[in-house]
Ligand binder design. Structure first.
Ligand SMILES: Cc1cc2nc3c(=O)[nH]c(=O)nc-3n(C[C@H](O)[C@H](O)[C@H](O)COP(=O)(O)OP(=O)(O)OC[C@H]3O[C@@H](n4cnc5c(N)ncnc54)[C@H](O)[C@@H]3O)c2cc1C
Length: 508
């Protein structure tokens, strides 16, 4: 029987980083991936003349060399930064809410952002500046917590990172209200909420603030070869470090011993691997629901208490005209019915009402990403309920078409750009696509939703309690850093290093 110090199940962002961390810690590692390529959502695909990015709009927290972010620091430590060809994203975002006559294009750079906000919302400078000061304190506190693998003294945190502790249990709405920020400034500042998939009354302020400050202060990047280029670089590094990667290999069962702890993995087809350490890059619902026979009652209850995040839908368009010809002025747009995120979240529960979208035209960051004379776009939305589960098989194709049409109509109506007649290629991914591709229940693309009791801070603080089964840890969008590219990478970093510690302790 093959024997490894650790097996990582899934070559998504979290799984690949965890594998590198394990290898750097001296472990013998096997990474199994059910698909024939790495990345999970971090991939690309071709239709006709176009290579579409499957998920990444822009990589947060990477930053340029002279203002490197935490992700750049992590990639440097992993040894992959220079394997990737990066391009910067020009502007932070444009948010449009036609009903409210809101149309704001926000820049990168904290001072530039505050100045632009003051232009759109005179009198906002003071509260928006306070927001960034607070967000910076939170970022530093998180960096400290991360450096200590989440094991921090509460008295130290209260003394040295007081505002982090103080804001820790409040939502985005609560803290922005307390800063006395004008409503329109709140609407513009909270436009990113859909990237975290929970509305501002549920979303933890610390989570949101740390994401926004990383975006705004360091800008964002995109690999020229799409996120697939990052995935290939991470795999190359795993192999350089002596790790094994088996593609087309699905883990079916986790074998446990008398103490309930990990003893091995059974792969599809019956091959068994002996290991005492597994990092699962798939959802706990899948692991506890299908891969393990004996699961403690408390774990089942805790897992079921969590809520799935938005189920993904993405339309990809290859257009036979340039962005300039089509009047697509910006890299990324948020198009909402209302800037009240609680109301918008409700609208996004139903297929019949949802055409809110985060829309990207990569040519605005990287003009050569598509053949000369063309451009390409992605339109992403989330469904905040399992409404796609109600679609009958015979209605599936026409439902996809209906939503795709709604999204095109919304984009044309909100921006004045006319794209419909220039479509050369179209592909649509629904929650069914995502459920099938990565194995995530209901096609959720952001793991478990951030909740008041289950946001970033509680998860980081509960890491110890969440580690119930000896030898089993999780990395990726369902774990302690929640979802998104940088979060998934960081969860792999934390879990990989924790597992190295587990292995060393066992050795002792
Ligand atoms: C349309 C779309 C747009 C997005 N936009 C952004 C964005 O702009 N910015 C951002 O930060 N995030 C974005 N995200 C979210 C981001 O892609 C995810 O949060 C992140 O990629 C999740 O990484 P992960 O580590 O959880 O792995 P996943 O991508 O979930 O991959 C898990 C891997 O495990 C494999 N696997 C599962 N079960 C098994 C098994 N039993 N055996 C073997 N292998 C298995 C799967 O095949 C898969 O490769 C977007 C996602 C989508 C779908």
């Amino acid at each position: 029987m093959d024997k490894y110090d650790a097996v990582v199940i899934g070559a998504g962002n979290g799984g690949m980083v965890a594998a590198i961390r394990l290898l750097q810690g001296g472990a013998k590692v096997l990474l199994v991936e059910k698909h024939n390529i790495p990345g999970g959502f971090a991939t690309s695909f071709r239709r006709g003349r176009f290579e579409f990015e499957a998920s990444l709009h822009e990589l947060n927290d990477f930053g340029p060399k002279d203002n490197g972010g935490d992700v750049r620091g992590l990639f440097d430590a992993l040894g992959v930064t220079d394997k990737i060809d990066w391009v910067p994203i020009p502007d932070a975002y444009r948010v449009i809410c036609k009903n409210e006559k809101l149309d704001a294009l926000m820049p990168f750079g904290i001072q530039a952002y505050i100045d632009k906000m003051e232009k759109y919302v005179p009198g906002s400078r003071d509260s928006v500046s306070k927001f960034f000061t607070l967000a910076d304190e939170i970022r530093k506190a998180q960096a400290y917590t991360n450096s200590k693998n989440g094991v921090v003294e509460s008295s130290y945190m209260v003394k040295n990172h007081g505002n982090y502790v103080r804001t820790g249990s409040y939502s985005v709405s609560e803290v922005l209200d307390s800063l006395k920020m004008p409503q329109k400034a709140k609407d513009i500042l909270s436009a990113y909420w859909c990237y975290l998939g929970a509305h501002c009354s549920d979303l933890s302020f610390t989570h949101y603030a740390s994401m926004v400050i990383r975006y705004i202060s360091r800008g964002a990047m995109m690999p020229k070869g799409r996120s697939h280029e990052i995935s290939l670089a991470l795999c190359e590094r795993i192999r350089e470090l002596g790790g094994d990667i088996w593609f087309n290999t699905e883990a079916e069962k986790i074998v446990t011993g008398a103490d309930g702890g990990v003893e091995g993995v059974i792969l599809k087809g019956g091959r068994q691997i002996k290991t005492r350490h597994i990092i699962a890059n798939c959802s706990p619902h899948l692991v506890y629901g299908k891969m393990m026979d004996k699961v403690p009652e408390s774990v089942i209850r805790a897992t079921n208490a969590r809520k799935f995040s938005g189920r993904g839908f993405c339309m990809f368009l290859g257009l036979n005209k340039t962005a300039d010809e089509l009047g697509i002025a910006n890299h990324n747009y948020f198009l909402y019915d209302t800037s009240d995120s609680v109301k918008q979240y409700e609208i996004m529960k139903k297929i019949s009402t949802n055409s809110a979208q985060a829309t990207v035209c990569l040519n605005r960051a990287y003009p050569e990403c598509s053949p000369a004379g063309t451009s390409m776009m992605y339109f992403t939305t989330l469904y905040m309920s399992d409404d796609w589960g109600n679609v009958k098989p015979q209605d599936y194709a026409k439902t996809k078409e209906k939503v795709a049409n709604m999204m095109i109509d919304r984009f044309e109506d909100y921006t004045g750009s006319k794209i419909r007649d220039s479509i050369e290629e179209i592909a649509v991914a629904t929650p069914m696509t995502y459920a099938r591709y990565c194995g995530h229940p209901e096609g959720a693309i952001y793991g478990y939703e951030s909740q008041y009791w289950d946001g970033l801070n509680p998860r980081l603080q509960m890491m110890g309690q969440d580690h119930v089964t000896r030898g089993l840890r999780f990395a990726g969008g369902y774990s302690m850093r929640l979802s998104g590219y940088s979060s998934a990478y960081f969860s792999g970093d934390i879990t990989g290093r924790q597992t190295v510690g587990d292995i060393k302790k066992e050795g002792n």
